[in-house]
Design a protein around this ligand. Structure first.
Ligand code: HEC
Ligand code: HEC
Length: 261
């Protein structure tokens, strides 16, 4: 019994000594990280999973790697694969693209660390932030309270992990779920309307106008412009809320698993 306890202590301290946190070696731009996110989704998620922790012995979402430490070594590892494992080399990924994947791995680690460092959240306080200081109900609906300008969040806790919720609050433009993308249309007489796309066919398009929440239908032949908006209308809450408030909000959102309207 004691022997086992001592041995596992030793093991843990050895692990801790080996796991020196790797300091990011470059600053990456948000467009490099975004490009890497797409490359990761296309090439890595099926094995490593969205958080990088699906493969035994290879948790790649926390910035600590057993087989590589520098960014350059990671690029080589991606292109050469890991011998004698299921990970074959991916020479079809160019070196610049592999670099963007490394940028994304570094940003995943930073986000995971930021979420792990958040103070413990309180869902009841989060609900109060949602309804008052955060002004979230101006755009979002939960159950039958709030606005329809943004997505309904009644089930968001069943759909997104806390890391993703954190990202939505800090960097709303980073990853917009296709169904949530806003459409901007400009009619022939110059009126501009932005809203959520509800439906379209060859001749008409229906939107929910973000301004007055009314359903509007347009004949496509009357439109001068019809395009997705890349920027979210949602503001970043990075400097608007304290880390405690962010954590409370994430706890509240994670608890929402009810029926969407
Ligand atoms: C076919 C499944 C598969 C795919 C696809 C795959 N990997 Fe792997 N990966 C593995 C396996 C298996 C290991 C080795 C685990 C072990 O060491 O036993 C591994 C190991 C790694 C390691 C080393 C981890 C460490 O601690 O040193 C990194 C980094 C890595 N993969 C990144 C990626 C990236 C980035 C992609 C996408 C470009 C990718 N992998 C695609 C299965 C895969
Ligand atoms: C000015 C309108 C506006 C305000 C205010 C706003 N949001 Fe949003 N929010 C949006 C829009 C539009 C989207 C969809 C596009 C996107 O993902 O950025 C969105 C997306 C989200 C998502 C991601 C939804 C998904 O399906 O992944 C979450 C979570 C969220 N908002 C939470 C909040 C919270 C919490 C607040 C208050 C602190 C808030 N929002 C305030 C407009 C708003």
């Amino acid at each position: 019994m004691w022997a086992i306890a001592i041995r596992s202590c030793l093991f843990i301290s050895m692990l801790a000594a080996g796991a020196v946190p790797v300091i990011a070696q470059h600053e990456y731009t948000s467009s490099e990280i975004e490009a890497g996110r797409q490359q990761y989704a296309a090439n890595c998620t099926r094995c490593h999973g969205p958080d990088g922790d699906n493969v035994a012995n290879a948790d790649i979402g926390h910035g600590k790697f057993r087989r590589a430490s520098t960014d350059e070594e990671l690029v080589q590892l991606i292109r050469n694969g890991v011998p004698n494992t299921a990970m074959a080399g991916m020479n079809n990924i160019s070196e610049p693209n592999a670099k963007t994947i490394v940028a994304y791995l570094r940003s995943m680690a930073a986000t995971a660390a930021a979420v792990a460092a958040l103070p413990t959240g309180d869902a009841a306080r989060g609900k109060a932030v949602f309804e008052s200081k955060g002004g979230c109900t101006n755009c979002h609906r939960i159950g039958d309270v709030g606005s329809r300008a943004g997505p309904d969040l009644s089930q968001i806790g069943a759909q997104r992990r806390s890391v993703e919720l954190h990202r939505s609050l800090i960097e709303p433009d980073a990853e917009i779920v296709p169904a949530n993308r806003l459409i901007k249309i400009v009619t022939r007489d110059g009126a501009t309307i932005t809203g959520r796309l509800l439906n379209q066919d060859s001749f008409t398009v229906q939107l929910l106008d973000a301004k007055d929440e009314k359903l509007k239908s347009f004949s496509k032949s009357n439109l001068r412009e019809f395009a997705f908006v890349d920027k979210s209308t949602m503001p970043s809450y990075k400097d608007k809320l304290s880390t405690q408030e962010l954590s409370d909000l994430i706890s509240y959102l994670s608890s929402l698993k009810g029926q969407a309207q």
